[in-house]
Design a protein around this ligand. Structure first.
Ligand code: COA
Length: 390
């Protein structure tokens, strides 16, 4: 077979790109001419071609991901598709390997995606990170909580009022996308404008609701976010009113969310739902963008096995002090303090499972306990979650 070439989408390949998309994501129906556009704001598309025939497509959303106080550029990989007659012949794999190097070369140190099947993307270094929990609470088990915080009803154009609450929520965890106006409006009204119930002024918690008139159904809340304990309690209290003619409500929380640890009751279902996969595409750049507290310092050496992107391997010397991180190529013949695959590194980098759990399960090689201790200070275990779907 002729070579598979992967490249950014160009005007001359637009029709072929949309044919691939239509066969996978539009029921085989042609994509209307007005939607056959080149990149929209915040999106970049790529094709795989054999000769001049477009045989694969994918798009990245320009996103970010938190790691505690740090914020890194992250590509949300979406719309991955190959012409049905050319599947299982290496096109998707070529495209995914190319994308890792492309992201690294264009200074995007992280990528994330929702997989149709995790093992396909694992081959390119992606791994499941974090546990998003779906809480489904029947109305007859609704927690009884009193709150005197004000409740306001907002609309998508009020997104700026939510931003600070969402920012605090996101920076006390990892993997969350810090949204600009375009991404906020995508979340708050992609198909129709949604209703937002905000607790406190300024906002300390909010829920995004797609109102359904039906009685005795279990309705899913599009987003639940809080920045204070009393905000969370006020929100649960208010949502009890919304649930009054429903069988129950469901919503997502990160694994450190308070529902499971404070309000679990018989009949409430909590399950892991829609796992997100991440991949560090540039190990030294990602590490150097961490923001350690000014009071901590340390150093360790690290080797990361990465067969797709050998530039990530190192070994690296990582030093952190005065609120910054320096990463340099380690010289000398001494084996690195820590050695791990890119999958485990991506998990450790974001924090769930973090180094504690990875070490306990022998998923990393530790040659120096002191090195491990310092790495744990720089990259503490942290709940990881992505609240954006793409
Ligand atoms: C998922 C998808 C993008 C993968 O692309 P692809 O070109 O089929 O992928 P590849 O050919 O590189 O690899 C697919 C499988 O074929 C195998 N394969 C690759 N070359 C092969 C060959 N010459 N002969 C036999 N099998 C081969 C791969 O090992 C892989 O197997 P695995 O499932 O055990 O990992 C494509 O199948 C697709 O468009 N699927 C429908 C849409 C979809 O689900 N998209 C993903 C959304 S997240």
């Amino acid at each position: 077979m002729a070579d598979i070439v992967v490249q950014p989408l160009e005007e001359k390949y637009l029709a072929g790109f949309h044919t691939v998309r239509s066969l996978t994501y539009n029921n085989g129906d042609p994509i209307p001419a007005e939607r056959q556009v080149m990149d929209s704001p915040g999106n970049k598309s790529f094709i795989a071609r054999i000769g001049e025939e477009v045989c694969g497509a994918c798009t990245i959303l320009e996103m970010t991901a938190t790691r505690g106080p740090a914020l890194l550029k992250s590509a949300g990989v979406a719309g991955v598709a190959v012409l049905p007659e050319l599947r299982k012949s290496g096109v998707g794999s070529t495209m995914m390997s190319w994308l890792v190097s492309h992201l690294r070369e264009t200074d995007v140190p992280l990528a994330s995606l929702y997989a149709f099947r995790e093992p396909f993307y694992r081959k390119f270094g992606y791994e499941v990170v974090g546990k998003r929990l779906k809480v489904s609470c029947p109305t007859h088990r609704w927690p009884r909580i009193e709150s005197d915080l004000p409740v306001r009803r907002l609309v998508p154009s009020d997104w700026m009022e939510l931003h600070d609450c969402y920012r605090k929520f996101s920076h006390s965890r990892s993997g969350l996308n810090m949204r600009n106006e375009y991404l906020w409006l995508r979340v708050l009204g992609e198909n129709r404008p949604l209703t937002i119930y905000a607790i406190g002024d300024p906002v300390e918690a909010y829920a995004v609701v797609s109102h359904q008139s039906s009685f005795w159904t279990t309705d899913h809340l599009s987003e639940v976010v809080w920045s204070t304990r009393r905000g969370y309690e006020g929100l649960i209290s208010m949502l009890g009113g919304l649930a009054i003619n429903k069988a129950g409500l469901s919503w997502f929380e990160p694994s450190d969310g308070p529902y499971y640890s404070r309000f679990l009751d018989a009949g409430v279902e909590v399950k892991v739902d829609r796992p997100v996969m991440f991949r560090v595409t540039d190990v030294p750049s990602a590490l150097s963008q961490l923001v350690p507290h000014e009071s901590i310092s340390g150093t360790f050496s690290l080797e990361v096995n990465d067969s797709i992107e050998p530039a990530n391997v190192g070994p690296w010397r990582v030093e952190f002090y005065d609120g910054k991180v320096e990463v340099t190529a380690e010289t000398g013949s001494k084996p690195a303090d820590l050695s791990m695959g890119i999958h485990a590194f991506t998990q450790a980098f974001l924090g769930e499972p973090g180094l504690t759990q990875l070490h306990a399960n022998e998923l990393i090689d530790v040659r120096s306990n002191e090195g491990l201790r310092h790495a744990m200070i720089l990259m503490p275990d942290q709940a990881t979650c992505c609240m954006d779907f793409f």
